[in-house]
Design a protein around this ligand. Structure first.
Ligand code: AMP
Length: 567
């Protein structure tokens, strides 16, 4: 397919402020996409050239992209830099500069979607000496071969700032409508996506093999599975109704969730809760998994925590020091970690998702050699609320966050927040205080002491049913002066010109600046009240910033349904 067709689509999507309209435009477009292009187009529309977990990085800084624009247009790099300064956006800069291509630079023919995709991969793959020049050369060639508007989108893709407001769910919905004519297929697609969170594979399978092919998609070692999520209750005794049968009650740790995969060749990969490949951050853990888990192939899950010499859990912030690319060896010593293992999802050629938890737990006891770094979560089996409560207090005494109550008979429900897992944290016990993980969708300029930065952030919950972000509070308290000062820099990457299509807002709440819904914050609030000013229909009273939840994606935020259940 000619890339210009995609450029025209992006132009239309950019103008759209409604999620439904966006799906309509996308599904109409998908109807005419040839099977061999569908995967590529699905990735590009999300502003990517591979799925998020594939660890493909363009490796180009803004400066190199600016130089490539200069090369393509025969303009002086300083002039391009100046325009970038004025527009503040690499895409608009490319469009403006390339509007007037010099006569000598005759277009080299049509740029196809496939050629673009392959060349972008070559850019990502180039490394070592001379690679920056090589990357710039390829990019400038691409920019010459496309229209000025095409150049706008290509530059944004290269810098990871396409920001069209299209999410994975938007693509899946639109595919379902385009290829099956119905929204019902959405469920099958979502189910497959939970086991295989790769829109390229899903879209291609759907187009080539239909829903039958989609139903056959299974666990594949090396490809992360969407993680199972927990519900919450207001009172512990609700467990008796919510989870029939016996429960496995485990410690709940404040660390980083990890899914570890070991493939046939013996290679181990670690994925974060956002399904990013974090293997390189934890070589110590990889070595211990090799040593202490006896299995040829596996997919397991646990929580990584930072520990002191006695094995006592250290603060989440201490663990965050391990989130780094450099000085990894030094920090292995400075911040030793422990893995609290709680699940097995695949073992030696077979998916274990459908095996009841009781059996999965038994299996983990079998394959784990006793050691200090990889340990099973603290646990008891019971169906008695008092016993669970006593265990909760034991866990708090040991410095943990609370407990997880899991149905002993349950399957592992990938990507699902159901009643088979319930969390119970110490905040829930404090009267009228609850925490929410909310998505920042906008900001208001600060005044007085806060002038020059943002005074408050507009936060939203995720509306799962509609794949939307509905607002629920304006957040201004709880941030330190340092955090406040850093806000404009932290959010610069996500700034967009107008309201992202999947965000809903009432007129009264419109912020000064809009953000693509990406950043998740943990917020403590005293109460939930009805509100005409927020599109969830609810407002949080006295919201207070707790911390940034960089481990969560926007779609993993607290849902509107959860808020309704908590009020
Ligand atoms: P929350 O982030 O508050 O929604 O709680 C769910 C998270 O708790 C999971 O994603 C895990 O990262 C973490 N967690 C801690 N301990 C456990 C456990 N024993 N079982 C499952 N998840 C746990």
């Amino acid at each position: 397919m000619d890339f210009q067709k995609l450029v025209d689509l992006y132009g239309e999507l950019e103008k759209t402020a409604s999620g439904n309209k966006m799906r309509e435009i996308l599904s109409d477009f998908f109807k005419n996409v040839p099977a061999e292009d569908i995967a590529v187009i699905s990735y590009l529309t999300l502003g990517q050239i591979a799925s998020g977990f594939d660890d493909v990085v363009m490796g180009m800084a803004e400066k190199s992209v600016t130089k490539a624009i200069a090369m393509a247009s025969g303009t002086d790099a300083a002039k391009v830099q100046k325009i970038l300064h004025e527009t503040g956006d690499i895409g608009l800069t490319a469009e403006k500069v390339l509007q007037k291509k010099p006569q000598t630079l005759v277009p080299l023919g049509k740029l196809t979607v496939h050629e673009l995709f392959e060349k972008l991969h070559t850019i990502a793959g180039a490394s070592g000496t001379g690679s920056q020049e090589q990357k710039m050369g390829i990019l400038s060639g691409l920019l010459q071969k496309t229209s000025a508007t095409g150049a706008k989108y290509i530059c944004r893709i290269v810098l990871g700032t396409l920001r069209m407001g299209v999410g994975e769910m938007t693509v899946l919905d639109s595919l379902a409508i385009a290829y099956t004519g119905s929204k019902e297929a959405k469920e099958a697609l979502e189910k497959a996506y939970n086991i295989c969170p790769d829109v390229g594979i899903i879209s291609e399978t759907l187009v080539k093999q239909g829903l039958k092919g989609i139903e056959k998609i299974d666990v594949h070692v090396g490809r992360p599975i969407q993680m199972m999520l927990a519900q919450r209750v207001d009172e512990l005794h609700e467990l008796e109704d919510k989870i029939p049968g016996k429960w496995q009650v485990e410690g709940k740790y404040d660390g980083e969730r990890v899914q570890a995969h070991k493939d046939k060749k013996g290679e181990i990969m670690l994925f974060s809760r956002r399904l990013e490949n974090i293997t390189e951050q934890f070589p110590d853990l990889v070595a211990d998994l090799q040593k202490y888990i006896e299995a040829k192939e596996f997919v397991i899950e646990g929580e990584i925590i930072a520990v002191d010499a006695k094995g006592k859990q250290l603060a989440f912030q201490t663990l965050m020091q391990r989130r780094r690319k450099y000085d990894v060896e030094e920090y292995i010593k400075k911040v030793p970690v422990q893995l609290k293992l709680f699940d097995v999802l695949y073992l030696n050629g077979k998916a274990w998702l459908h095996v009841p938890l009781e059996k999965r737990a038994e299996q983990m006891e079998k394959f784990l050699t006793k050691n200090k770094t990889i340990v099973l979560t603290d646990r008891i089996v019971t169906d008695d609320v008092e016993e669970a409560n006593a265990f909760f207090h034991t866990m708090l005494k040991q410095g943990y966050e609370g407990i997880m109550i899991k149905s002993l008979a349950s399957e592992y429900q990938a990507g699902t927040r159901g009643w088979n897992w319930v969390k119970w944290k110490k905040e829930y016990v404090k009267e009228m205080a609850d925490t929410f993980d909310l998505v920042v969708v906008g900001a208001y300029y600060g005044r007085g002491r806060r002038s020059g930065t943002y005074g408050a952030l507009l936060c939203a919950a995720y509306n799962e049913k509609e794949d939307r972000f509905d607002t629920v509070c304006k957040l201004g308290t709880g941030l330190t002066d340092e955090q406040l000062a850093e806000l404009p820099t932290k959010f610069a990457k996500y700034k967009v010109e107008h309201k992202p299509a999947r965000v809903t807002v009432q007129k009264e709440m419109e912020p000064n600046v809009w953000f693509e819904p990406k950043v998740v914050v943990e917020v403590l609030a005293a109460e939930i009240t009805k509100s005409p000013f927020h599109t969830t229909g609810w407002a949080l009273r006295f919201p207070r910033f707790v911390k940034f939840r960089d481990d969560k994606k926007a779609e993993q935020a607290t849902t509107v349904k959860e808020i309704e259940g908590m009020k």
